[in-house]
Design a protein around this ligand. Structure first.
Ligand SMILES: Cc1cc2nc3c(=O)[nH]c(=O)nc-3n(C[C@H](O)[C@H](O)[C@H](O)COP(=O)(O)OP(=O)(O)OC[C@H]3O[C@@H](n4cnc5c(N)ncnc54)[C@H](O)[C@@H]3O)c2cc1C
Length: 480
């Protein structure tokens, strides 16, 4: 590949965590000629029958795909495994449905299996002669000054110590590498648990072994405070994720109460999941927490760096956690070549470039939580979506809806927000100008016809009512 370098073979890089981001990063570093050691807490998932953990499937979009293409595995994941989702399918409480396409050009996002993607990436990493994988290596201590790591085998409790020139923490939202970095000064950190939890349920294939719902959609049941979504799997089943406040999870204490709750909120999902299975799966699981993490900078000197959830965990409502983490690897790779592999320059440059974008998508993910739960039911939201799509049709380059920028482009996340704010300002001013013209025109016309006071009264009422219903929404969209 372009820019491949052998001068890095003397530099040893330890990647801690062989999840989606760590195994991808190992491949990218291997392509650049580094001596890569990939350390993973768990056993090799390719040897396990059942892999415990969160979110069975994920929505992959342009940023993730671009990263996969960079190491030559896009086709084996997208063409041979992924299921395209071309629109949101909204399920209303009365059981009726409506499709909202993601994009006027028919672009789609893809449902991919977490385990499958992780396995492809691990196999790719192992295909490089300069990558060594170490499973059952849990990082339990680290000395950043001497670049020394202590690993513990979770089964035997044996420990061993390793060193590296550069340590990259890809060990997820509860990163042990980040914990060590936090012991030093000058690292800002914040974390935020939301009051909602999630639980994964399953809609099995129907009796003919086919999908029980139209497959090329991300199905959403928005219900104000609660929400349920479903993504298709390769075996024609659906992974259903139920999001709701923990106190609601805790209040569903018996099969009867659970069924009443579903009857009231998701009646059309009951026959799809099956009453017995719903009860069994619900009571066998529990609501899991969701955390949002921000920190800055992402590096210490030229010795330590954080990528993926370790640097910026986000709530899963923009489907961007993995996509953003994979894009981290791309951005880091781009800077390596740009700055001629000088790690003392690359690491600070990476933090400076990536931090505004990572924080922007962490915020957007929180915002989309509101959109998916509530706003897809709101007339203003749907009107704004239509208006966005219409303006995008007329000005395809300058008016791109926020979701399209985030999901179907590599526009830096913070620029997506800036552009959206500009669009909101334009809409705000235009609607005020239209309203003003209508009011002045109306006054002039009715003044002439003699019923001015009656007309003024009606117009005043109209403006106040319209303003009241529009303001909460406009406030919201102006923020983002
Ligand atoms: C319910 C849910 C749905 C989601 N849906 C989407 C989606 O649709 N699209 C999307 O883009 N993102 C989604 N995400 C986010 C996505 O799962 C994460 O952003 C992504 O997994 C981050 O990858 P990572 O490799 O950084 O971290 P992880 O996937 O957490 O991997 C970390 C790895 O490090 C290992 N590890 C941990 N500690 C240690 C240690 N001390 N020593 C050694 N190894 C260690 C772990 O075993 C693991 O293998 C979702 C998340 C959730 C919770």
């Amino acid at each position: 590949m372009e820019g491949k370098s052998n001068k890095n073979s003397d530099t040893q890089v330890a990647v801690v965590g062989a999840g989606l981001v760590g195994s991808l990063e190992a491949c990218m570093l291997a392509q650049r000629g580094y001596d890569v050691h990939l350390y993973e807490y768990r056993e090799d998932i390719r040897t396990l029958e059942h892999v415990p953990g969160r979110s069975i499937n994920l929505a992959m979009s342009v940023r993730g795909r671009t990263a996969l293409r960079h190491i030559g595995v896009e086709d084996s994941i997208i063409a041979h495994h992924a299921i395209p989702m071309r629109a949101r399918m909204i399920h209303r409480p009365d059981g009726s449905t409506a499709a909202i396409p993601y994009n006027k050009d028919g672009q789609c996002i893809y449902s991919v299996g977490r385990r499958f993607v992780n396995e492809v990436l691990l196999t790719k990493a192992e295909s490089f002669p300069n990558v060594t994988c170490h499973f059952q290596h849990r990082l339990t201590a680290m000395d950043i000054t001497t670049r020394t790591m202590t690993f513990t085998n979770p089964t035997t409790e044996e420990t061993n110590t390793r060193t590296a020139d550069l340590i990259i923490g890809c060990d997820g939202a509860f990163s042990a590498v980040r914990k060590e970095m936090l012991k030093r000064a000058n690292l800002n950190y914040s974390q935020n648990y939301i009051p909602h939890g999630y639980m994964e349920l399953c809609i099995p294939a129907d009796k003919h072994g086919e999908f029980a719902m139209p497959p090329n959609y991300l199905h959403i049941w928005p219900r104000g405070e609660y929400m349920m979504i479903a993504l298709p799997n390769q075996d024609k089943s659906w992974t259903v994720t139920l999001f709701m406040p923990f106190n609601i999870f805790e209040s569903l204490t018996s099969p009867q109460i659970l069924m009443n709750f579903f009857q009231q909120n998701y009646p059309d999902a009951i026959p799809l999941i099956g009453e017995e299975k719903l009860v069994k799966d619900f009571f066998a699981n529990k609501g899991l927490p969701m955390i949002s993490v921000k920190c800055s900078p992402y590096h210490v000197g030229s010795s330590c760096l954080l990528l993926g959830d370790a640097a910026h965990a986000m709530v899963p409502f923009y489907g961007q956690g993995m996509n953003c983490g994979m894009e981290d690897c791309l951005v880091f790779d781009e800077l390596l070549t740009k700055l001629d592999y000088d790690l003392s320059l690359v690491l600070p440059a990476y933090s400076a470039k990536r931090n505004p974008d990572a924080e922007a998508i962490v915020d957007l993910a929180m915002y989309n939580y509101v959109e998916m739960r509530d706003m897809v039911n709101s007339r203003w939201f749907l009107l704004r979506k239509k208006l966005d799509n219409f303006l995008n049709l007329i000005f395809p380059r300058s008016w791109v809806p926020l979701y399209t920028m985030v999901t179907f482009s590599r526009e830096p996340y913070h620029m997506c927000i800036k552009k959206k704010q500009r669009q909101d300002k334009v809409l705000h001013c235009t609607s005020l100008a239209v309203l003003g013209t209508a009011v002045v025109g109306g006054v002039v016309l009715t003044w002439r016809s003699g019923s001015a006071s009656d007309w003024l009264h009606k117009t005043f009422n109209f403006v106040v009512t319209a303003g009241r219903s529009a303001v909460p929404y406009l406030d919201h969209v102006t923020l983002y």
